[in-house]
Design a protein around this ligand. Structure first.
Ligand code: SF4
Length: 247
């Protein structure tokens, strides 16, 4: 429909300005049939978006990246979500041709030993599977919020993702934590029980801890590293691309 997908950004921003999130998701599904996807980590932000998609029966593909190192609670909410919405969320797994040599050579917990090991692990378990999951799509919906980190505060609702050659839509970008909680409660949406135990941003079990009162949202992720580098390469904003791990 668009000579260049990137050209659709002004149109999408204009159209969505007067639409609700649910209406915007429907508009995207209509404009880009079969080419709209949503990556869920089962965070409460992602559960809001999942509810919007599945309760309206929208033809948007929902997938998750199963790194093999997730919390048991994350698998529980994945199961609850399948059951609640009578759906089957598709997992993407790491390529064993990459993962097996890496773990053989470096060991199972190499991410604690160096930043490079951590970046390599994130690349193998997340970034490469994400590339496969996004292939053929035009729109990638995410649960990013500006509150999550300084690197996310200059994002837009619609963004061009040069690395993946598609448009990203961040519908909850300007939502507060309270708004997210209220939505989850109001609609009785299944959510990760770790959120009730001080976990704000939930990733892999060995690399995520609860956040103490007053700590930054991302303090619980890769807490042993420099705070300014806490992205895993899934979301590479152009302005920060050189700082990120994507290869
Ligand atoms: Fe590996 Fe930790 Fe990254 Fe998960 S978050 S992919 S375990 S380094």
């Amino acid at each position: 429909m668009y000579s260049k997908l990137k050209d659709s950004l002004p149109f999408l921003a204009d159209r969505s300005a007067t639409l609700s999130i649910g209406e915007t998701l429907r508009m995207l599904a209509d404009e880009f049939p079969g080419a709209v996807c949503f990556s869920s980590s089962f965070s409460w932000e992602d559960q809001v978006i999942t509810h919007e998609i599945l309760s309206a029966g929208l033809p948007i593909t929902i997938f998750t990246l199963d790194t093999g190192r997730l919390f048991p609670e994350t698998y529980s909410v994945w199961s609850s979500t399948n059951e609640r919405y009578q759906t089957r969320i598709r997992p993407y797994y790491p390529n064993h041709d990459l993962l097996e040599p890496f773990v053989t050579e470096k060991g199972p917990n190499a991410f604690y030993e160096s930043v490079q090991n951590r970046k390599d692990c994130c690349f193998i378990r997340k970034v490469e599977p994400l590339k496969r999951a996004l292939a053929g799509n035009s729109i990638w919906i995410t649960g990013l919020r500006a509150e999550h980190s300084p690197a996310r505060q200059d994002l837009s609702l619609f963004e061009w993702d040069e690395g993946n050659r598609l448009v990203k839509y961040n519908p909850l970008l300007h939502w507060t934590t309270d708004q997210v909680k209220q939505y989850i409660s109001k609609h009785d949406v299944p959510y990760n029980s770790l959120h009730d135990k001080g976990f704000v941003s939930i990733g892999c079990a060995p690399c995520t801890r609860a956040v103490r009162p007053g700590e930054d949202f991302r303090a619980g992720r890769w807490w042993w590293e420099d705070a300014s580098k806490k992205e895993c390469g899934l979301h590479v904003h152009e302005a920060h691309a050189l700082e990120q791990v994507q290869k």
